[in-house]
Ligand binder design. Structure first.
Ligand code: NAD
Length: 360
């Protein structure tokens, strides 16, 4: 399933963003934005493979605490050994003209520090979700990037993913009539020992990590901001994993139009992420909505029956995301998911925890 030029134009007209247009459609030059990847863990691997598939981006530097690992990856991506940095000498990146942007792929607690240091070094920033640990950090990141006149994008992959975009377009086109309610779970059964279980490193539990996808989806599906939020949290498994962060969160949101959304997230069970949207004329659902491949759009509305499996394979989401950010950098455009988008989610996450009785 591909969106046509007309689809993109209509998405733009519907208030999403014409900037969803991939650079392949929008431009044809040979310029490649050079990225320094900060943190060489799991997500960085997806991102680097995605960058390799773009025509407008390349990996030009690596930042890691493990020189051996960085040397191996540098060899794979043609990164000069003089462009491998440690966390200590990271600020020297300011002097490296091959680096135009950084990709922050570190534990959540390090996002604010490295975004601000990169901005001070004059580099554009693509930062992983969740943006940071709290609203104050998010505001400081936005301010630092504005002051340095560099772009800040939060890596909300699904904003650049065709099946999610098609669901949004169908809703905006009125295929479902008046949307009434949305349901969206997302969670997984976490292993002990993960940094995600440390409140200091992660900020919170599954809401910060994966529940944020459901929260963000309800916002892009409705095109509205929640007016009211209420939430519950719990720990069931007393096996030591949840001494610092919650195991489960369930929350509901009422949007200004009256749409109600109901979301759950967990670190105690494998819960494939999906969203299901009910309207006066029918329903649609995206299965595997937030993972890297296998997304499936189903629905029934006004005599139409949909069942479409998106054949795109990993790392297509990361390719689209890098493509978009490089396109913005090269053309002086504001990204579709700027720092302000991450800040909004930080505000709602804070409210979800507050109403669930958890302080962050
Ligand atoms: P990971 O544990 O696989 O990688 C983290 C990297 O940070 C490692 O290279 C590690 O060496 C480095 N690091 C530096 N200091 C560290 C410290 N004090 N503790 C632990 N690691 C440290 O994690 P990940 O799954 O790649 O997640 C990284 C970020 O990416 C997180 O913010 C996460 O929320 C986000 N993420 C996004 C997606 C997505 O689809 N967009 C998916 C997974 C993770």
């Amino acid at each position: 399933m591909t969106l046509t030029r007309r689809d993109f134009a209509r998405i733009g007209a519907l208030g999403l963003a014409a900037r969803f247009v991939p650079s392949a459609l929008a431009q044809s030059n040979d310029r490649k934005t050079g990225y320094a990847v900060i943190g060489l863990g799991r997500i960085a691997d997806h991102f680097m493979r995605g960058v390799r598939n773009t025509t407008n981006s390349k990996i030009t530097a690596l930042v890691s605490g493990h020189r051996d690992k960085a040397e191996k990856i540098a060899a794979q991506y043609g990164v000069a050994s003089g462009s491998i940095y440690s966390y200590e000498n990271f600020d020297e990146i300011a002097k490296n003209p091959a680096v135009e942007a950084v990709y922050v792929a570190l534990p959540n607690s390090m996002h604010a520090e490295y975004t601000i240091r990169a901005a001070k070094a004059g580099k554009h920033v693509l930062c992983e979700k969740p943006m940071c640990l709290n609203v104050a950090e998010a505001e400081a990141m936005i301010a630092a990037c504005k002051k340095a006149n560099v772009k800040l994008m939060i890596a909300y992959r699904c904003h650049y993913e065709p099946t999610n975009l098609k669901a949004v377009k169908l809703i905006r086109d009125g295929a479902l009539g008046q949307v009434q309610s949305i349901e969206s779970p997302f969670g997984f059964n976490i292993r002990a020992g993960e940094w995600r279980l440390s409140k200091k490193l992660a900020g919170g539990g599954p809401l910060f990590d994966v529940g944020i996808y459901s929260l963000n989806a309800c916002r892009y599906l409705t095109g509205e901001e929640p007016a009211q939020i209420s939430a519950y949290a719990s720990v069931i498994d007393k096996d030591g994993r949840f001494n610092e962060v919650e195991e489960n969160v369930g929350w509901t949101m009422r949007f200004p139009s009256g749409i109600v959304a109901s979301c759950t997230t967990t670190y105690g069970a494998n819960m494939p992420g999906y969203f299901r949207v009910y309207g006066s004329k029918g329903w649609l659902q995206v299965d595997q909505a937030f993972v890297y491949e296998g997304l499936r759009l189903r629905g029934e509305f006004e005599g139409t029956k949909l069942d479409e499996l998106n054949p795109a394979r990993d790392p297509s989401h990361f390719q689209a995301e890098a493509d978009h950010f490089s396109h913005c950098v090269q053309n002086g455009l504001e990204p579709q998911s700027p720092g302000e988008e991450g800040l909004r989610d930080m505000r709602y996450i804070t409210e979800i925890y507050r109403t669930a009785g958890i302080s962050i």
